[in-house]
Ligand binder design. Structure first.
Ligand code: GLY
Ligand code: MN
Ligand code: MN
Length: 502
């Protein structure tokens, strides 16, 4: 007996036929009303049409992924794979174990078929006995006709998937998005190899390369956002601005209560969950020297008077699109002279980065513009080594001394994933031209660790990042997160407005 079976049987209760019949009977009939078509459905159909045109005659398999164990018999809240969400329009908590198949048709197009686990009948064991999927335990799911109405595609029971995916296996090319569902990928590999099911995905290089081409295509399909995606991003950013306001209004409590970073994480998380699906990534609530740890998501520290709080947080809306915004806040309402010096330098760098966002510019121009300003400030402050001037440090092969104080890039694509379009190749990402409809971050920073002996005492322990989300437009860009104050004086006024001193 496996460990899982053993654990489950430890607590299983025996059932009789009489009990089963009793549980199955005397429920009101289920509603026959079908859901309205999802707003996302026609946009998802257009995306599928683009995939269809790129892979004519091939069977394409895009799994949602399955539930992931948090501990023992408790799962994490389900989040479908981003490629699946993009091509179906299904968002938070929707359809674990589902698989989208683009089935080739004779006319060169594809039929979109969603294989999923529809709601089980009340006479099934699942209805009351299955704590992972049963209606008694986790609530009702849609039926086949519900999904067809909602998404405007064909729906089939997941039990039909294995036969369907293996049909004409020798005569047709099958590709799968490999990283969404390991078990399902292994079974599709076995079908393709014409062998019995294996535990491990096949090592076949040719299959892997074919699959990687599909994954790459689906990742780059998200580089330019459609109008519906842009609306999702505006909603996510609006909710994020509200979350930042709520954090600022609660700063006095975060200081008073101790363990202030946790308080900030909780306040932002409350608003993210209330206004959206939740946070799009673990919030970075970094006070004082913690701001110099780029991915400080432990959030275990205190916040004390005189600290800068670096809050990097974003709301993910129900469709799974996420904002990604950073503000660095003087928790007592006023920047010290040293803090302001660093803040204003980062602000100047961000302004230069924002000015570089326009159609026709290269993605990497944004970083180059911002980092030049960072380098100029570091040089003016005498922090670069003897003999290293701005041009020398900017030299990609021989310089880069400034990276001691700003190691990360200035921008990334943003959308369903916080670091969106991650499989795009360098020439499609850093080397590509900015195009209207792209959404990216502009997020320079300066990070002076408390134990950095190369910087003057007054700068040690100061970390600043300013991060905004921008949409490339026909003639430049729109800062989608402009509602959040950005200059040092505007940030002070923001804090004075929302967290006035007693
Ligand atoms: N929040 C992660 C990032 O800014 O890239
Ligand atoms: Mn970012
Ligand atoms: Mn961020």
């Amino acid at each position: 007996m496996s460990e899982e079976q053993h654990k489950a049987e430890n607590r299983a209760r025996p059932t009789t036929d009489e009990f089963r019949a009793f549980v199955a009977a005397d429920w009101a009939p289920r509603s026959t009303a079908r859901p309205a078509q999802a707003e996302a459905a026609p946009y998802a159909a257009q995306r599928r049409a683009a995939v269809s045109a790129a892979f004519p005659g091939e069977r394409l398999v895009i799994p949602a992924g399955g539930l992931k164990v948090r501990s023992n018999d408790c799962d994490y809240i389900f989040r479908p794979h981003s490629a699946f969400a993009h091509l179906t329009g299904l968002g938070s908590d929707r359809e674990p174990d589902a698989v989208l198949v683009l089935e080739p048709l004779d006319d060169g197009s594809h039929e979109s078929i969603l294989y999923f686990r529809p709601l089980a009948g009340r006479d099934s064991e699942e209805f009351f006995g299955d704590s992972r999927y049963g209606e008694f335990w986790v609530g009702a799911r849609p039926g086949l006709a519900d999904i067809e109405a909602e998404l405007a595609l064909s729906a089939r029971h997941i039990d039909e998937f294995t036969d369907a995916v293996g049909k004409d296996v020798g005569a047709i090319r099958i590709r799968i998005v490999r990283d969404a569902d390991r078990e399902l990928t292994a079974s599709v590999d076995a079908v393709r190899a014409g062998v019995a099911e294996t535990d491990e995905p096949s090592e076949s290089e040719a299959l892997r390369e074919a699959d990687e081409e599909l994954a790459h295509f689906l990742s780059t399909l998200r580089l330019v956002k459609d109008e519906w995606e842009i609306r999702q991003m505006r909603d996510a950013i609006r909710a994020t601005a509200n979350g930042f306001d709520a954090v600022i209004a609660d700063l006095p409590k975060a200081l008073e209560r101790g363990r202030g970073e946790r308080w900030v994480e909780g306040v932002f998380g409350l608003h993210a969950r209330h206004q959206g699906n939740g946070v799009g990534y673990d919030s970075i609530c970094a006070s004082g020297d913690h701001a110099n740890t780029l991915h400080w998501i432990k959030n275990t520290g205190d916040i004390t008077d005189g600290d800068l709080l670096l809050l990097d947080a974003g709301v993910e809306v129900d469709s799974l699109f996420t904002a990604d915004v950073t503000r660095t806040l003087p928790v007592n309402g006023r920047f010290s002279d040293a803090q302001r010096r660093v803040y204003d330098a980062v602000y100047a760098a961000q302004e230069a980065g924002l000015a570089a966002v326009k159609p026709g510019a290269k993605f990497s121009d944004v970083h180059d513009a911002a980092i030049r300003v960072i380098a100029e400030h570091l040089h003016a402050w005498g922090l670069l080594p003897e003999g290293v001037d701005v041009e020398t440090t900017l030299d990609k092969e021989h310089g880069q001394h400034h990276r001691r104080w700003m190691v990360h890039g200035t921008s990334h694509h943003l959308g369903l994933d916080v670091h969106d379009c991650a499989l795009a190749r360098r020439e499609e990402y850093m080397g590509a031209e900015l195009t209207p409809g792209m959404i990216l971050t502009v997020e320079p920073g300066l990070y002076f660790k408390a134990d950095d002996l190369l910087v003057p005492q007054e700068l040690r322990g100061i970390g600043v990042r300013i991060e905004d989300d921008v949409l490339v437009t026909q003639d430049g860009c729109e800062n989608l997160s402009a509602a959040l104050p950005r200059t040092s004086t505007d940030v002070e006024a923001w804090i004075a407005r929302l967290a006035p001193k007693p």
